[in-house]
Design a binder for this molecule. Structure first.
Ligand SMILES: Nc1ncnc2c1ncn2[C@@H]1O[C@H](COP(=O)(O)OP(=O)(O)OP(=O)(O)O)[C@@H](O)[C@H]1O
Ligand code: SF4
Ligand SMILES: [Mg+2]
Length: 418
């Protein structure tokens, strides 16, 4: 990241484009650059970031990321989305997203709920990771913590790091974080009606982030918005774009959410139960669309769901969460074929399968309920429900251990499981 401080006598007279051109000239001068394609890439970066502040009485400040990152458009001239060619990544960090020992609490009348209790997970460029677990285990709060949208109060992130492109998001200021949410991490929640603004047209809701984060003009943004609606399969996009959310079906609203979330070509998309409210046919269409678009743009995907079938089909890796912690993590095939945590085994046993013979037995269920989050049992939180439990389980909480390459589980008895 390069920070340039530029003194503009009348900042309000300068459009982002003029500022970008001025910055470009300065960059060229500073680097003695002569390669026009390099400059074009730089101009795109400048237009995309457009992170320009003019504090009262001070110089205008522009934050410029250089060189461009993978997956960005080579120019701001409105190349159709399916022609976007990823650029080589040049910055160095181990994982696109790395969550380390994340802790989020809620202070309620009944006590402190440790909804996220030391979560570690990572997602690489272009990877699809599934996050599964029973209701109340902390999946949504983990996602909200990553993008710093935990309602505060009563919630608060009390520890850990969320490294995105090597930068700890928990240390960014509000303005920087808003930019990350708009341009770098797209989010889709379960119920689009609560995420879409009912009094703004669809067009306005897609155009605004394009203008704010990509520095597009109104006309450019409007044409890109129509292109995006077309891309997510809204028929007659140029007319429907003027509609309001209530004029769309549930499936169409979810497609619009995908269009908004992907509009700025983010590097990570978080989809929290994005299709649970839809009927199965529409669910399948939306999932296919999400997978197709993220693959095309090289976007990493964190897919949060109850549905283990969905995860098996779409995720490269799966994280299984229970009582605020990740208990098992493995590549999808390995997790389904060789689960090493009794909780994962229980979840898999409760999924109906077409290839299962009737006589092979009934679906199993995990006995008992998720523990009261204000009164967690000592030791392993799964202990009261676990068929494999031994004495140690009620005394000591197990830590993650590698059971095979890329496969980790937190269970004292994992060698017996499976
Ligand atoms: N605003 C809040 N105030 C108090 N507690 C909360 C709040 N939001 C979440 N929690 C608690 O945090 C824990 C984790 O909730 P979370 O919504 O992350 O579960 P989840 O795994 O996403 O469940 P589901 O699959 O039902 O969406 C739960 O015990 C929940 O009661
Ligand atoms: S540590 Fe013990 S209680 Fe926890 S999952 Fe393993 S066997 Fe069961
Ligand atoms: Mg949830």
């Amino acid at each position: 990241m390069v920070s340039l401080v530029i003194d503009f006598p009348e900042p309000r007279l300068h459009t982002p484009l003029r500022v970008a051109l001025r910055l470009l000239a300065l960059l060229r001068k500073a680097k003695g650059a002569t390669d026009p394609s390099l400059c074009e890439a730089e101009l795109w970066c400048l237009g995309k970031i457009a992170c320009i502040a003019h504090p009262p009485g001070a110089s205008m400040i522009a934050i410029v990321r250089f060189p461009p990152r993978a997956g960005e458009m080579p120019s701001g001239k409105g190349a159709p989305y399916d022609q976007i060619q990823p650029m080589p990544a040049t910055t160095s960090y181990q994982h696109l997203l790395q969550v380390k020992n994340l802790e989020t609490e809620f202070h309620t009348d009944y006590g402190v709920v440790r909804a996220v209790d030391g979560v570690d997970l990572h997602i690489d460029e272009g990877e699809t990771v599934g996050l599964v677990g029973e209701s109340g285990c902390g999946k949504s709060v983990a996602a909200l913590s990553i993008v710093r949208l935990v309602p505060d109060p009563p919630g608060r992130i009390v520890g850990g790091q969320v490294l995105f492109e090597g930068i700890d998001l928990l240390r960014l200021d509000v303005r920087e974080m808003r930019h990350v949410r708009g341009a770098k991490i797209g989010i889709i929640f379960q119920e689009p009606l609560t995420s879409l603004n009912p009094v703004l047209s669809i067009e306005r809701q897609i155009v605004e982030p394009l203008q704010e984060h990509l520095g597009m003009t109104r006309r450019q943004a409007s044409s890109r918005a129509t292109e995006l609606l077309d891309l997510v399969g809204i028929p007659d996009a140029s007319a429907r774009i003027r509609d309001y959310p209530h004029m769309m079906s549930g499936g169409q609203r979810q497609r619009i959410m995908i269009a908004i979330a992907l509009s700025c070509n983010p590097r990570l998309l978080i989809a929290d139960e994005a299709t649970t409210a839809l009927d199965v046919t529409i669910q399948a269409q939306i999932l296919e669309l999400m997978k197709d678009l993220t693959e095309r743009f090289g976007t990493a995907l964190l897919m949060i769901t109850h549905n283990l079938g969905v995860v098996a089909r779409y995720a490269d890796r799966v994280c299984v969460m229970y009582a605020g912690k990740i208990r098992e993590m493995a590549p999808s095939e390995e997790l389904y074929g060789n689960p090493k945590h009794p909780y994962t085994l229980g979840l898999l046993g409760s999924v109906p399968r077409l290839d299962m013979q009737r006589e092979a037995g009934k679906l199993t269920q995990i006995p008992g309920d998720v523990p009261d989050p204000t009164r967690m049992p000592p030791g392993c939180a799964f202990n009261p429900r676990c068929d494999y439990a031994v004495e140690r389980c009620s005394e000591e909480d197990p830590w993650m251990e590698e059971v095979s390459e890329g496969h980790v589980a937190a269970c004292w008895e994992s060698a017996r499981v499976g």
